[in-house]
Design a protein around this ligand. Structure first.
Ligand SMILES: [Zn+2]
Length: 303
């Protein structure tokens, strides 16, 4: 039987039109079609709006704590690798500080690791450094960075079996380097971590600034970077600097362009929360050689 990457399509559904979709907003000519074999491509973790997707679809995902805490009894059994996002941006904007303790968060993540499985990285309760978040918390970039390191150390102490992902925060280019030094002073060598998140980049509009930042971090020897919310342009410019990325751009795109796949039978008018469309997006980026599969989850390995 041919392995399927998604839940079986409903009876009578049309064949997948993935290749025909106008998914990307940049001209195809701007995208390298045959990158050199040695060009590194990041693994894409698609932002999933529902935790239950983890048990139904095989493309790697990022799921927010904000979604997982809604699950009370019925937990999915993950059939795909996934990253847990702490939902820090929303949390800090709503509360002006973290009102969930490290102890509570560690307990939650331990429970999800045990019941759901497949967790490859968990973001700490980090403190973003966007100017509007700083205004809300009333703290400085340095204070946000110190709190981020302290939380990472505490979580690792509370739950050492969880693959916690340290996150670099900052705003100016220099402030990221400062944060790198803070981790080193706290005894954390980021070069040795499986993944290091680069925070406060997904709401930046200037992909060139992000590219310069990722160059600086690459020159510092970090080959394990995870880019939160990296855009298509960012993948073109800096994909080879990244080990993995996550993106929910597919949902914004479906919403903005009012896209509804012809074979979809969901009640929603567009595909902004549609796993079929999310998978098409994922497949499209892989076919365009902008991202790749995690090695151990490449479809060839699922045969
Ligand atoms: Zn749909």
């Amino acid at each position: 039987m041919t392995p399927t990457l998604t839940a079986p399509a409903p009876a009578g559904a049309a064949p997948s039109p993935a290749r025909a979709l106008p998914l990307l907003t940049v001209p195809a000519s701007a995208i390298p079609t045959s990158p050199a074999a040695d060009v590194r491509r990041p693994v894409l973790f698609t932002g999933a709006p529902e935790a239950c997707w983890l048990g139904r679809y095989r493309f790697p995902m990022l799921v927010s704590r904000n979604r997982l805490v809604r699950l009370k009894r019925k937990f999915p059994l993950a059939i795909t690798p996934w990253i847990l996002d702490s939902g820090g941006f929303t949390h800090l904007r709503m509360n002006g500080r973290w009102i969930v303790s490290a102890e509570q968060y560690a307990d939650e993540v331990l429970k999800w690791q045990e019941t759901i499985g497949g967790l490859v990285a968990a973001a700490p309760q980090d403190w973003m450094c966007e100017p509007d978040v700083l205004r809300l918390t009333g703290k400085t970039i340095r204070e946000h960075q110190e709190l981020t390191v302290a939380n990472f150390l505490r979580l690792r102490e509370l739950a050492p079996t969880i693959p916690w992902m340290p996150v670099l925060q900052g705003w100016t280019l220099g402030s990221y380097s400062t944060h790198l030094e803070m981790y080193a002073k706290a005894g954390v060598d980021l070069h040795l971590e499986r993944r290091v998140g680069v925070g406060s980049i997904c709401r930046r509009q200037n992909s060139v600034t992000i590219a310069v930042l990722l160059d600086i971090l690459a020159q510092a020897g970090l080959r394990n970077l995870h880019g939160f919310g990296v855009k298509i342009r960012g993948l073109e410019l800096s994909g080879d600097r990244l080990f993995s990325v996550d993106s929910a751009a597919w949902s914004y795109h479906a919403s903005r362009e009012n896209i509804r796949l012809p074979e979809c039978d969901h009640a929603a008018a567009d595909c902004r929360a549609c796993p079929r469309y999310a998978e098409h997006w994922h497949t499209d980026l892989i076919e365009r050689a902008l991202v790749t599969w995690p090695e151990e989850h490449h479809p060839a390995h699922l045969n």
